[in-house]
Design a protein. Sequence first.
Length: 261
Amino acid sequence: MTFIDDITLGRYHPRDSFLHRLDPRIKLGVIPFFVIVSFAGHGFVRLAVLAGAALLLLLLGNIPLGVWWRGIWVFRWLFLCTLLLHLFMTPGRTLFGVAWLSQDGLLQGIHACCRLILAVTFSSLLTLTTPPSKVAAALFSLLGPLARIGIPAQRISFLFRLVLEFIPILRDEARELVSRYRYPPKEGFARLWSRIDILREIIPLLLQRMVERADHMAKAYAGGEIHFEPEPLAPLNANQNNLPAAIVGILFVLLVVFGLP
């Protein structure tokens, strides 16, 4: 299994759960609020509350913690670089009396990594619990009223769906290319450098394949071979259990933003 198999962003994980059954328009309207608050939140208390909300949503979505953890572990180098940049570059109190190590930077780096982990978690929840066709349909439904002022809602939702459906293609192409190589029996930094060399060979080939795929899809769309009709969604009404869930979610976001220190 390659690292590309562990990426949860853009992947649909079919399950029978409350979050899977929740109306996609509500998820598309509420989950981005949690992503925004993850970056806007200040203080570990607020982040702890958001982490509790993320755990609750993972349970409501019946998402195995192993799937979530592999999706987070993929970004470990991003988190490490973020932590080190704060540790070395942030002015303030020194750590262990070493002038080039910042205690304030360490705290800020941990805080930034927690924000990133929460943002990735909330973003993944949308695609893990909603098929691309329903995400596109929800986006079209939410943007529909803006069509009166010239916003191309159908085109935007179609492009959004293409992006989501292109991610599995990218994953398959990357898996096929990586399967051609076998890591040599090395340890430590030698193995790391061998992986870097393999990536240097794979990335240009992957980009070329993606351009060819995108060109083929564009020609098929221009020639009328690909059609997009937004999937019809059931109308929202006050008798559905979705609306109370959405209200609770929005109130929780407002509580986190304005109510906590």
